[in-house]
Design a binder for this molecule. Structure first.
Ligand SMILES: Cc1cn([C@H]2C[C@H](O)[C@@H](COP(=O)(O)OP(=O)(O)O[C@H]3O[C@H](C)C(=O)[C@H](O)[C@H]3O)O2)c(=O)[nH]c1=O
Length: 185
């Protein structure tokens, strides 16, 4: 399995092997023991699946606060997305820094985003389907949304604010300056 880590400690980009033959391919997309070996502890309790019909849809930046913070293991099973994690762990030397990666049906890569991070993605294709495993259950009261295009984050999104397609919730998200001590290292 290909593994990539970043200067923002905690985020892992992994690409499980695909075994191709004349029929197509087979890939083990999740193996709890292998994930633990590479530093993705789980356990995972909820699977999510979203479909975004247009290119340029931004979902995020979201997280859940205690007592239901969520780690997420994200993959794109149709089309492609640019997936982003932002370090918001108070005291982290990389607080406010972000990592972005292209996840696609073609590359089969997955991004592990631990608790203490904001998560969001921008679709790079029409009909992008994203499936992700979460380490805790959804809890509406613990959910927070932070502005995807906050200038303090300066995330290099592949879409401009003029062209981005957002939910009403994301269009009305909190500024990054409001993220102070949501999470502690
Ligand atoms: C997240 C979630 C939502 N919902 C319901 C609530 C709404 O009625 C509907 C759409 O929710 P929302 O607009 O928050 O969906 P996204 O904008 O894709 O939110 C997600 O976007 C980013 C990328 C994330 O990492 C989070 O998992 C999540 O916040 O699904 C549920 O029933 N369960 C859930 O776990």
């Amino acid at each position: 399995m290909e593994i990539q880590t970043f200067n923002v400690a905690g985020i892992i980009l992994l690409t499980p092997p695909r075994f191709g033959d004349e029929r197509g391919y087979f890939s083990e997309t999740f193996n709890a023991a292998r994930m633990k070996e590479i530093g993705i502890p789980g356990p995972f309790v909820q699977d999510n699946h979203s479909l975004s019909r247009a290119r340029g849809i931004v979902r995020g930046l979201h997280c859940q606060l205690s007592p239901h913070p969520q780690g997420k293991l994200v993959r794109c099973t149709r089309g492609s997305i640019w997936d982003v994690g932002v370090d918001i762990r108070a005291g982290s030397p990389t607080f406010g820094q972000w990592v972005g990666a292209t996840l696609s049906e073609e590359n089969g890569s997955q991004l592990w985003i631990p608790t203490g991070f904001l998560h969001g993605f921008c679709t790079l294709s029409e009909n992008a389907e994203v499936q992700y495993k979460c380490t805790d259950y959804w809890d509406r009261d613990c959910e927070r949304s932070v502005r995807w295009d906050d200038p303090l984050l300066a995330i290099d999104w592949p879409v401009t604010p003029k062209d981005a397609i957002l939910s009403a919730k994301d269009a009305d998200a909190l500024p990054f300056s409001s993220v102070d001590d949501w999470f502690h290292m």
